[in-house]
Design a protein around this ligand. Structure first.
Ligand code: FAD
Length: 339
């Protein structure tokens, strides 16, 4: 984890609330909510993408956590006990069993946890573009503009102010990631929201790739085989929205990747930093805003926005249309930030 010290004074109010949740019982409570939007992710993605042109980017696969040895895995038992309590199944691959599974890794990695029934999106940008194209083909309209406010008349949403104009509507969802704070605040929802800055290095035309996505536990980042490139992504840097990317996290990703996959070469690399929208209680803010009929939130998905996107959309559409979501949604409600 990285911290830009100059940002600490601004960060403190969020950090204090965040750290209050950094204990065993709150972590278990938070995991319960995260499980609700992630555990059926593969089937939710398949369902939303089926027949849209986006389905070709979904690659069902195992997902592995890699450790130096069994004792390093056991040192992580707190998290694994929570996963087991939520029904996650895995197979433990030690030494030769792991080498037989995937021989591309350094002999220093002697233990892997292999979880079946996972998957990855081999080109997330194109996946979302293909879904958007499908929406347009079905008659949906996409307007690109900067939303400034949600217009409320007599307690009901009547429009969205965007780039100086008002777009009339009955329902509006605030889903602007880490930038959602000011829009939500105007409707009384005061979410402590920060950017967990994350880093990507994409290695194009690599000499080899792992056969599945792997979490390299020593560096806490994921190496994912994608369309034409190997993506290394992870790291948390607290430092706000405005500062340019730091150099060190990119170097750290590459260093750990080369240690895990010695001899890896590539034709070219791209690097970028992104903003994960992190609520202080680590639970996304999904649901209806009390006192503003027709206004909803769907943001705060920190590290799991792609994973939990389709489920979030389904939950929200059920809330908006009054269908029974068959799930207790109170933990996600924006009302928790209105007291
Ligand atoms: C390095 C890294 C690796 C990650 N890996 C994974 C992963 O493997 N799996 C996973 O599930 N998640 C991953 N994530 C997290 C995931 O990217 C986020 O959770 C997700 O992007 C959040 O989605 P969002 O739509 O809420 O916000 P965003 O993706 O940030 O989108 C918000 C959009 O709103 C727009 N916007 C902002 N303000 C306005 C406004 N006023 N008017 C109009 N538009 C506006 C922004 O321009 C932006 O396009 C990763 C993130 C990073 C940084």
């Amino acid at each position: 984890m990285f911290l830009r010290w100059s940002y600490l004074p601004k960060l403190l109010p969020w950090l204090i609330r965040y750290l209050k949740n950094a204990n065993a019982s709150d972590t278990k409570r938070i995991a319960e909510s995260i499980a609700g939007v992630t555990l059926d992710s593969l089937s939710e993605h398949q369902e939303i993408a089926n027949g849209t042109g986006a389905e070709k980017w979904i690659a069902p696969s195992d997902y592995l956590y890699l450790y130096r040895d069994r004792s390093a895995f056991e040192a992580d038992s707190f998290g694994w006990n929570i996963r087991a309590a939520h029904g996650l199944k895995w197979q433990e691959l030690e030494d030769d069993a792991f080498k037989d599974y995937d021989p591309v890794f350094s002999p220093d990695i002697g233990f892997a946890v292999c979880m079946p029934d996972h998957g990855c999106i081999t080109d997330p940008g194109q996946y979302v573009k293909d879904l958007a194209a499908h929406v347009e083909r079905q008659g949906g309209g996409i307007i690109k503009a900067e939303a400034e406010d949600i217009v409320i008349e007599n307690g009901n949403v009547t429009g969205v102010r965007a780039s100086g104009e008002t777009i009339t509507c009955d329902d509006a969802v605030i889903a602007t990631g880490v930038w959602s704070g000011p829009l939500a605040r105007k409707l009384g929802v005061n979410v402590p929201l920060e950017s967990e800055r994350g880093y990507h290095v994409e290695l194009w035309d690599p000499s080899f790739m792992p056969k599945t996505p792997v979490m390299i536990a020593s560096g806490k980042f994921v190496a994912t085989p994608m369309d034409g490139r190997l993506r290394l992504a992870g790291v948390v840097e607290l430092g706000g929205l405005d500062a340019p990317p730091s150099r060190e996290p990119f170097d750290l990703l590459l260093r750990h990747a080369l240690a895990a996959m010695p001899g890896l070469t590539w034709a070219r690399k791209t690097e970028w930093m992104g903003h994960r929208p992190a609520t202080a209680d680590s639970i996304p803010v999904i649901g209806a805003i009390p006192n503003a009929k027709g206004a909803y939130t769907a943001f705060g998905h920190h590290h799991i926005g792609l994973t939990a996107g389709p489920k979030t959309g389904r939950m929200l559409s059920q809330i908006i249309t009054g269908a029974n979501p068959n799930l207790d949604l109170s933990a996600y409600s924006p009302a928790r930030f209105m007291r």
